[in-house]
Design a protein around this ligand. Structure first.
Ligand SMILES: Cc1ncc(C[n+]2csc(CCOP(=O)(O)OP(=O)(O)O)c2C)c(N)n1
Length: 627
């Protein structure tokens, strides 16, 4: 670290700098972000895009007294660097390091924890109302990207912000990108505003006209606002935000410190809600990210000179196998439709979208809508596959229950990033889905042991007559060989992988580690466990489980999800229902708690979900029941 950043430990130091120095600081911060993200991985493109915006915000507003909220929060690196955390910045996203998202436990400058999109405007409005009720007078500012503005919750908030007319500043960071290019009519509307040169010219004309009027004073400034408003209304009668009762200022050049500081001051001093439309470039200052912002949205470690990702792994990912599978099925079945909520790359569907553009739908960051949109397709005879990360599908729980499960609509959910998820911390863990899906009427809940089984599950699920979910982990698949012909997997049928006296009933990612653990336990300690690949958490393969459920025998279940309501709790209920009280039963999985950040292997080890941990669990259990 060197230069101006050395002198900036908190926003007060920033306020002492000249614009030229802040501009220099922005470059130093960009270098630091690039360097650290090239080693740790992280949200590079978004963070490089908001450096000036963040510095201008902190320059004008007075955090932590003023509340600054970051929607999604993946763009908070500059904020962290200048709020007393620059020395810890190299630890970002590492075990016990700085979180990659705002974190209240970490700093008083982080006023709201985020990770999922579109929450900041609602929380900001709540804080503004509370401020007024409690007779305080600080500012509340929410920063939201144009991608996140495709999330319905953001519009629920804008609806009430316009109604209550509270003093809230919304900074819209417009870069035309979600993770991939932003989608939808709203995105088109925002870009129409940005390209509104005619309007800008009129505004400048109005301003210069007023500047030339000799006597300047408040009435005139008010008149200036009046003229600007009138120009806006005349040329954009339907300006959406203004019609909602929210003052719209923009578009503003989001890398010009002068412009940003000017409009932030204007917003700060304005009575009522304001939306500032700031135009930024994702990846600014790093050519590979500027040219391909999606690739570096959530970047893996990379070479600083070339931008090439390091440790390029040769094995396919589960996401890519899923995408290829859907493409193959789409070639055989023209009713298949693929749906994503703003994650075409992440869910492995990019190539599908190129191949079958008419059968691919990116609905924006709108998981609830994605689910209901798919119900409409399914009820009309098409076969939708909704691909959403486990953690984000939580958003659509009511749609899953009220619209999918109660109507028992055959459709398929592919849950990527299920289980422990590395680096992004608690907001991104995919540990709840087995529990929340198992409890939905009719829902078939599956998980493959490897990518070959996954392709058969996807294909089979399209012929089931109930809604079906298939969960799989983030990242590398196992690299097993892939069958060319489809194998049909009957609903509720498990797979015996190893014979034994007792039963180890493993789900999805736990199958192979359980198999290895069981082999070693048998060889070295004489513990004889049959290993069964459960395949289904609902319906359970009751016949197989009950075969082993004899007095004195041991049954162990293993799943990479919370124990409350999971597969193991389903087996427990089955044993209770059948009065198999003398079975020695143990469930292995995750506790209900906030998980630490770090590499998935490390977290799994901590919770004893790796091969050694599983063996230890089982060994201990045998000691207890036998001793
Ligand atoms: C509910 C939810 N769905 C999906 C995501 C994954 N996600 C993280 S950032 C992002 C794009 C956000 O775009 P935007 O708000 O425009 O911010 P930018 O990165 O462009 O600055 C998405 C889809 C999420 N965080 N939350």
């Amino acid at each position: 670290m060197s230069g101006i950043l050395d002198r900036v430990n908190d926003p007060k130091d920033l306020k002492k700098l000249s614009i030229k120095e802040i501009s220099q600081l922005a470059q130093e911060i960009r270098s630091l972000i690039k360097e650290v993200v090239s080693q740790n991985g992280g949200h590079l493109s978004s963070n490089l895009g908001v450096v000036e915006l963040t510095l201008a915000l902190h320059y004008v507003f007075d955090a932590p007294r003023d509340r600054l909220l970051w929607d999604v929060g993946h763009q908070c690196y500059t904020h962290k660097i200048i709020t007393g955390r620059k020395d810890r910045f190299p630890s970002i996203r590492k075990y016990q390091g700085l979180h990659g998202f705002p974190c209240r436990e970490e700093s008083e400058y982080d006023v709201y924890n985020t990770g999922h999109a579109a929450t900041a405007l609602s929380a900001a409005l709540g804080m503004a109302v509370a401020r007024d009720k409690m007779g305080k007078d600080h500012q509340v500012v929410a920063m939201v990207g144009d991608g996140s503005l495709t999330g319905g919750v953001a519009w629920e908030a804008l609806n009430q912000i316009g109604h209550l007319r509270e003093n809230v500043t919304v900074v819209l960071n417009y870069n035309e990108m979600s993770i991939s290019p932003n989608v939808g009519a709203l995105s088109g509307y925002l870009s129409y505003l940005v390209s509104g040169q005619h309007y800008l010219r009129m505004k400048d004309y109005a301003k210069s006209f007023l500047k030339n009027v000799p006597v300047v004073g408040w009435p005139l400034i008010r008149a200036a606002r009046g003229i600007e408003e009138a120009v806006k209304k005349a040329f954009f009668p339907g300006l959406v935000f203004e019609e909602l009762g929210i003052r719209y200022i923009g578009p503003v050049q989001g890398h010009s410190l002068e412009s940003l500081i000017e409009v932030f001051k204007e917003a700060r001093d304005y009575e009522g809600p304001v939306l500032l439309h700031c135009v930024t470039q994702k990846g600014k200052g790093f050519t590979p990210a500027q040219n391909n912002p999606s690739k570096y949205h959530s970047a893996k470690p990379f070479d600083l000179q070339t931008g090439e990702f390091l440790n390029r792994n040769q094995k396919p990912t589960y996401s890519s196998v899923f995408g290829n599978t859907l493409e193959r099925i789409a070639g055989e079945d023209d009713k298949l439709m693929a749906i994503t909520a703003a994650m075409p790359e992440g869910t492995g569907l990019k190539s599908f979208s190129d191949q079958y553009p008419d059968r691919f739908f990116d609905v924006g960051i709108a998981e609830q809508h994605a689910v209901d949109f798919a119900t409409g397709l399914a009820l009309s005879g098409l076969k939708p596959v909704v691909a959403i990360y486990s953690t984000f599908l939580q958003r659509a729980y009511d749609q899953l229950y009220h619209d999918v499960a109660l109507m028992d609509i055959p459709m398929v959910f592919a849950l990527d990033r299920a289980g422990i998820v590395p680096d992004d911390g608690p907001t991104h863990q995919g540990v709840n889905d087995i529990s929340y899906l198992r409890h939905l009427p009719h829902m078939i809940v599956m998980a493959p042991k490897d990518e070959n089984e996954m392709q058969h599950m996807v294909k089979s699920s399209l012929s089931y007559s109930h809604p079906t979910s298939i969960r799989f982990p983030k990242g590398k698949a196992l690299g097993v060989s892939m069958d060319r012909d489809w194998k049909y997997i009957p609903v509720g049928e498990s797979e015996l992988l190893k014979e034994g006296k007792d039963l180890l009933f493993a789900f999805g990612s736990m199958v192979y580690p359980c198999l290895e653990a069981a082999k070693k336990l048998e060889e070295k300690e004489g513990i004889s466990l049959a290993v069964v690949n459960a395949r289904f958490a609902n319906p359970l393969d009751e016949k197989v489980i009950l075969k082993y459920a004899q007095p004195g025998r041991v049954i162990v279940t293993a799943e990479e999800g919370i124990l409350a309501g999971g597969l193991g709790s389903g087996v427990r209920s089955l044993l209770d229902r059948e009065n198999r009280f003398e079975v020695r039963f143990k469930k292995i999985g995750l506790p209900t708690e906030v998980y630490p950040m770090g590499k998935a292997e490390r977290i799994k080890k901590m919770y004893q979900l790796d091969e050694e941990g599983l063996a230890e669990h089982i060994r201990d259990f045998y000691k207890q029941v036998q001793g």
